[in-house]
Design a protein around this ligand. Structure first.
Ligand SMILES: Nc1ncnc2c1ncn2[C@@H]1O[C@H](COP(=O)(O)OP(=O)(O)O)[C@@H](O)[C@H]1O
Ligand SMILES: [Mg+2]
Length: 303
């Protein structure tokens, strides 16, 4: 198999912090691959190594067939990188930013316009505006155009949707879907677990390690514990009472509900209800639900 990205046991530490610890995976050509994990998981460090901005301490990796250490110059020409923090020149206009990035890579906006045009149409009305004056969603679109302007084979997007409003987030994922149809391989990182379903495959990361990797449904189907969603008139007391209960495995807030798992596995509903009623809870809602990626992540993180 000819992979777009191959990573074998790559590691990177900063002093005593193991930012990325012996991580391995492959990404197929044309795949939209998501790295999902909270702050400090190692997502940025991993992407910076794969885009040759940071040398690994150990392990090896190949991007678009090139060794990230030996062939770093070739990789720089063949990957696109959109860093997490806003990377554009705030004082340059939309158009000037794009021209600048095109020139750095020895190309022109016109030469690769086809690739960015679906995204650029959103920006066109603002093309004279300074990048620093754009909204979050517009900045993100401009940064994506700039990362694409030299027609990379592999695109790395580090938390492109963090801090962006929900509508722009959705638009952004639609754009990635279209880009993917054009054949480009995309690696994207995000702290938002609900974005897992937008990716072909995902890696769940925490503290420098991959906890699980694969298709979303395969990851979820490995989760066998019954999960219950609970509500009561006093949510704060509900957490405390459930945490104190004898057979509690896990309790955490999720939207308007708590998600609860029990060490005994099955048929615990009557018992839990009895306990909660004896503690004075009213307006109880208690139902078994299908586990989601968040439940899997919580369970993997607590292992
Ligand atoms: N340049 C650096 N110097 C020291 N520690 C760093 C540096 N970059 C990252 N780290 C640490 O490495 C860990 C992983 O960070 P990072 O790769 O930024 O994770 P993420 O992008 O998933 O939030 C964190 O504990 C972070 O504090
Ligand atoms: Mg990061």
């Amino acid at each position: 198999m000819d992979y777009a990205v191959t990573v074998n046991n790559i590691s990177k530490s900063f002093d005593k912090t193991k930012a990325v610890e012996s991580v391995s995976f492959n990404v197929e050509k044309g795949e939209l691959f998501g790295f999902i994990g909270p702050d400090g998981a190692g997502k940025t460090t991993l992407f910076r190594m794969l885009t040759t901005l940071l040398l690994p301490d150990g392990g090896e990796a190949f991007v678009d067939g090139f060794d990230i250490v030996k062939d770093f110059k070739k990789i720089r020409g063949s990957v696109g990188y959109m860093p997490g923090r806003f990377s554009l020149y705030q004082d340059l206009s939309v158009e000037e930013n794009l021209k600048f990035f095109a020139r750095v890579f020895g190309t022109t906006i016109e030469a690769n316009y086809e690739l960015i045009k679906d995204i650029y149409v959103f920006l066109e009305p603002f093309r004279k505006r300074r990048a620093g004056k754009l909204s979050g969603g517009m900045k993100q679109k401009l940064a994506l155009c700039c990362a694409l302007i030299h027609k990379p084979g592999v695109l790395f997007l580090d938390e492109p949707t963090t801090g962006v409003d929900p509508v722009s987030r959705n638009e952004f994922w639609e754009m990635l879907g279209k880009l993917k149809e054009g054949g480009i391989t995309i690696l994207v990182s995000t702290p938002y677990m609900d974005e897992a379903s937008k990716c072909d495959r995902i890696a769940l990361m925490q503290k420098g390690k991959i906890l699980d990797i694969g298709f979303l449904n395969d990851i979820i189907s490995k989760y066998e514990k019954p999960v219950y969603a609970l509500r009561s008139g006093d949510m704060h007391k509900l957490i405390l009472d459930l945490r104190a209960a004898e057979n509690t495995d896990s309790v955490y807030s999720f939207g308007d509900y708590l998600h609860y798992t029990d060490r005994r596995g099955k048929a615990v509903e009557e018992d839990i209800k009895k306990i909660l009623i004896s503690k004075g809870h009213t307006d109880l809602v208690f139902k078994q639900i299908n586990p989601g990626i968040e439940d899997c992540f919580m369970s993997l993180m607590n292992k």
